[in-house]
Design a protein around this ligand. Structure first.
Ligand code: NAP
Ligand code: MG
Length: 404
């Protein structure tokens, strides 16, 4: 078969541990034989980040802004143990946080549905896509431990010097105080990304906060979504037969469980953090979840939702057989290739991405899967494959589909 050509390169961000091993297997077994793969390669593996004082991450983010589409492998976020393990020169920020800050994006996470891996919630028939605001709130907090009696105040000094002052609490003993913030610009970017993504996916959009309790803070989120909907998106939603629906977070949680799925659920930063792990598990597995960061000006970065699967990597280094699920990483590649194909008008590339996804899902449906799925599948005939065995089984199916 003639290899599929590309025009603009993808930004390729390599990563760490078991996912780095899988990354190479996917390229060697599933991509390079069929595509004249064009990428601008950035090694975000921890040794290279350390060698470049993390400049490589910033360069990768800049390249993403320039080229528009990136694919990222899972990476280690260093902690004290990693500083020792890799003899690091610093405690570098999470690459995801650096890239998110550069793109000011929203993270969309969607379950990969396949028959034989049933959601724990019986009513769910269609995916629920989580949209998590990736800026501010408790992730940029300021905290204070109160050791004894005293008054905590909220003071805002405006640029002209005038002051607004409120008492938070008169403490008569020890306690705690926390300060949070967000900006209208970031919330508006989040809202625009959610409305645009819902239209793109042809799905309703739900948004939920706790504005009955947090009337100003969460009320501001609610108001910005409403204003943007009324002024910029209502006509397009009406034309597409779609709905924008706001409700309280506790009501939303109850409705989500009773729903059939099939909508985008926008959540504030913390709600999105907690809910996306719960939803991934409820749909089956974190290894069966896609994740894409979308910037307000339409830049896309695709990755897996899980980490570097450290425990499996240590087994791999010991020479033991591993059975690590590569589906989310394969879907990161297909997401990036499909988007590149759409933007550059290369229908064969879009079709290749579709076929590779189909081949992946059909391989699982035929009973061939990795250990994590073998544990939870409802299929009777199951063949548990090792890490590369699973990828090669996908390749067999892909070749049938491609007719090679
Ligand atoms: P993890 O890599 O997501 O793995 C946690 C556990 O989940 C694994 O030990 C494994 O369970 C299971 N698992 C996750 N992905 C799997 C897959 N593809 N196939 C099979 N099983 C899978 O989380 P972690 O071990 O807590 O974190 C490891 C490193 O990843 C950390 O250094 C962290 O900083 C980093 N991380 C990176 C990202 C990212 O780059 N997006 C996200 C999260 C974490 P069993 O061991 O029971 O088989
Ligand atoms: Mg989390």
């Amino acid at each position: 078969m003639q290899k599929i050509g590309m025009k603009t390169p993808l930004v390729e961000m390599d990563g760490d541990e078991m996912t780095r091993v899988i990354w190479q297997m996917i390229k060697d077994d599933l991509l390079l034989p069929y595509i004249d793969l064009k990428t601008e390669y950035y090694d975000l593996g921890l040794p290279k980040r350390d060698e470049t004082n993390d400049q490589i991450t910033i360069e990768a983010a800049e390249a993403t802004k320039r080229l528009g589409v990136a694919v990222k492998c899972a990476t280690i976020t260093p902690n004290a143990a990693r500083v020792e393990e890799y003899s690091l020169h610093g405690l570098y920020k999470s690459p995801n946080a650096t890239i998110r800050a550069a793109l000011d994006g929203t993270v969309f996470r969607a379950p990969i549905l396949v028959s034989g891996i049933d959601p724990y919630v019986r009513t769910w028939k269609k995916p629920i896509i989580m949209a998590r605001h990736a800026y501010g709130d408790v992730y940029k907090n300021v905290e204070h431990r109160v050791e004894g009696p005293g008054k905590a105040e909220l003071v805002f000094t405006s640029a002209d010097g005038s002051e607004a002052r409120q008492t938070i609490h008169d403490f008569d003993g020890p306690g705690i105080v926390q300060g949070l913030h967000n900006t209208d610009a970031s919330i508006e970017g989040f809202a625009r990304a959610c409305f645009t993504y819902a239209l793109d996916q042809k799905m309703d959009l739900w948004f939920s906060t706790k504005d009955t309790i947090s009337k100003t803070y969460d009320g501001n989120f609610k108001a910005i979504f409403e204003r943007l909907y009324e002024t910029e998106f209502k006509d397009r939603f009406d034309a597409a037969g779609l709905e924008y629906f706001y409700t309280l977070i506790d009501d939303a949680v109850a409705r989500v469980i009773r729903s059939e799925g099939g909508f985008v659920w926008a959540l504030k930063n913390y709600d999105g953090d907690v809910m996306s792990d719960m939803m991934a598990t409820a749909f089956g597995s974190l290894a069966m979840m896609t994740s894409v960061l979308v910037s307000p000006d339409g830049i896309y970065e695709y990755e897996a939702a899980h980490g570097t699967v450290q425990r499996h990597y240590y087994k791999h280094l010991e020479g033991e057989t591993t059975s690590t699920n590569s589906v989310a990483t394969i879907f990161a590649w297909t997401g990036g290739l499909r988007k590149r194909g759409e933007l550059d008008e290369i229908p064969e590339l879009v079709r290749f991405a579709d076929l590779l996804e189909e081949a992946t899902l059909e391989t699982i449906e035929s009973g061939k899967m990795t250990g994590d799925l073998a544990l939870i599948t409802t299929l009777d005939q199951v063949e548990k494959l090792d890490t590369e065995g699973f990828i090669l089984a996908i390749r067999d199916r892909l070749e049938e589909k491609l007719g090679v």
